[in-house]
Design a protein around this ligand. Sequence first.
Ligand SMILES: [Zn+2]
Length: 273
Amino acid sequence: MPELPEVETIKNELLPHVVGRHITGITLFWEGIVRQPAVQEFRSRLTGQEITGIARRGKYLIFSLSSDDLWITHLRMTGALIIGQNSAEPPRFTRAIIHLDNDTGIFFRDPRKFGVMWLAKDTNSIDSKLGPEPLEAAFTPQVLAERLARRTAPIKALLLDQKLIAGVGNMYADEALFAAKINPWRPGGSLSQEEVERLHRAIQRILWAAIGNKGASVDTYFRPDGTEGTAHFEFKVAHGLGGKSCPVCGTTIERTVVRNRGTYFCPRCQPEL
Ligand SMILES: [Zn+2]
């Protein structure tokens, strides 16, 4: 599933291709990808608009337009936005093409069809569901400590809660907890100040490194040019390393399930207290 580093990479790499371009039409191979308004209105409100910018909030991509609409996408489990020639054969699982005025298009590829896009006048509906952005200056160790205080849920589940902190998903939560040497089952409110500071540092370092590596292509994530990111080559525990050895101490990495999410950790480096 694309997380903050993957969505940030898509934003960064789409920008030079799409900003200043006009949308000349929409091809929908699966209409369920449009959440609102109705398909016909979605098409008519987008067509003719110039894309003036792209922002990311959590795992959402927000395209600003020359009209007062925002075109918002969420890639969910398996979505990708690929830049291609309008005349090219669409990649397999393409659900929609946003055609641009230089004979290119944004191909919304999504094998599992959970991805969505819609139009909105503002980002209020998103902002109300999201906590702070972990890479912004306002996200300090104190902010993280306040948000974890008195929480009894496992820290792994809290890191996945988009209302607590935006953009972190299963892979980077496991990596951050490993780097901070914190057991995924620890209640959020039980972390010491030093542990919160370690976790804060780990979250930022791991997300920045993954952005530098253009995201993790463990599944169906591709960069807009269709190539893969390399962040997964640096994963220490995340995503399927069960049965492998901890790179720090050599202990076998264990898999557990926290609130329905497969979770990988080193039982020696991340002991239960
Ligand atoms: Zn270890």
